[in-house]
Design a protein around this ligand. Structure first.
Ligand code: AMP
Length: 227
């Protein structure tokens, strides 16, 4: 979890690569659906362009399909979902249905004023969705994705006006989840201003601890994976 621009995508991609997990990023999935012109993509497009949340029922159906697939594989990192309380309830039901125990929710903390500056300069690879920043996380060659060589672009919803709206939506709809998961003893906050490798280490430490604690100290009765 974390506000837009907190570094969720960057961290989730590294964790997925290092731990051999699927990376389920709802924003990426929606952008792919939109580019493909699928019915879900067309429904989502106007919400995304305005920095608003795609309706909960659309999201839950979408995530449900991926969670069921990923649960059969090696596990997954969930990035950008849930973003509302109804989505958190739906996720709980999905995980229970797939016998997966939620043992940790990682929350990247970054102040709002830093986010606007970060996103205004963010560049994204249109092919593999990696993100870069000229100062915090520059590509080896300016304007080119390190991984696939594609020309980097600015996301449509990274303009300042849309970023401010995304932050407002975060405050109103998503921030309450921090309290929701804190009450359940699952929330693990990490300083999102630290250097990227330092944040990776901190999150890996949290996941190790959650895994060592095992399903008995978590909730539910499933196999104990940590999404
Ligand atoms: P992201 O790449 O995570 O910043 O997501 C980009 C946009 O996709 C968001 O601003 C929303 O419009 C939409 N989106 C992604 N995940 C969700 C979600 N869980 N619920 C609703 N809308 C979402």
């Amino acid at each position: 979890m974390g506000p837009p621009g907190a570094g969720k995508g960057t961290q989730a991609a590294v964790l997925a690569r290092d731990l051999g997990l699927a990376h389920l990023a709802t924003g990426d999935i929606l952008r792919n659906e939109t580019a493909a012109g699928s019915p879900v993509g067309l429904k989502a497009k106007t919400f995304m362009e305005a920095g608003r949340l795609v309706p909960d029922d659309v999201m839950t159906q979408l995530v449900g399909e991926y969670v069921v697939k990923a649960a059969k594989a090696n596990g997954f990192v969930l990035d950008g979902y849930p973003r509302t309380l109804p989505q958190a309830d739906a996720l709980q039901a999905l995980l229970e249905g797939a016998s997966i125990v939620l043992t940790a929710v990682v929350n990247l903390e970054v102040p709002e004023e830093v986010i606007v500056a970060r996103l205004a300069n963010r560049q994204t690879c249109p092919k593999d969705q990696r993100t870069y920043h000229p100062v915090n996380n520059p590509p080896g060659k300016p304007g080119v994705c390190d991984a696939c060589g594609s020309a980097l672009v600015t996301r449509n919803d990274d303009s300042e006006a849309v970023v401010r709206n995304r932050l407002r939506v975060y405050r109103e709809s998503t921030a309450p989840l921090v309290e929701f998961y804190k009450k359940q003893g699952l929330l693990k906050s990490v300083d999102g201003l630290a250097a990227i490798p330092k944040i990776v280490l901190a999150i890996k430490g949290i996941l190790d601890e959650a895994q060592t604690a095992g399903p008995d100290s978590g909730r539910g009765t499933g196999r104990g994976e940590t999404p």
